[in-house]
Design a protein around this ligand. Structure first.
Ligand SMILES: [Zn+2]
Ligand SMILES: [Zn+2]
Length: 83
């Protein structure tokens, strides 16, 4: 099951489970769309893999299987932290 991490690893923007801006790799490294396109050009900086849009978990399933609240932040070249 996907963790559904709560933020962009690069700019720390909020990425709630219903966000269509969340992009993940096969290891669930999680980024917002603007960092994915602007900073990483669609490639995960951790594993080199493809970043694709994170699917939205239906609300009733989310109630039973809640999203992760553990924030992951890593410094990558080009990342600018959102305030
Ligand atoms: Zn970002
Ligand atoms: Zn990755």
């Amino acid at each position: 099951m996907l963790q559904l991490r709560p933020n962009c690893e690069c700019c720390n923007r909020e990425l709630p489970p219903q966000s269509t801006e969340a992009m993940i790799c096969t290891y669930e490294c999680t980024f917002c769309r603007s960092c994915t396109d602007g900073v990483f050009k669609g490639r995960c900086p951790n594993c080199g893999g493809e970043l694709v849009r994170r699917p939205i978990r239906p609300a009733d399933k989310l109630a039973r299987n809640p999203a992760s609240t553990e924030r992951v932040l890593k410094p990558h070249p080009g990342c600018v932290r959102a305030a």
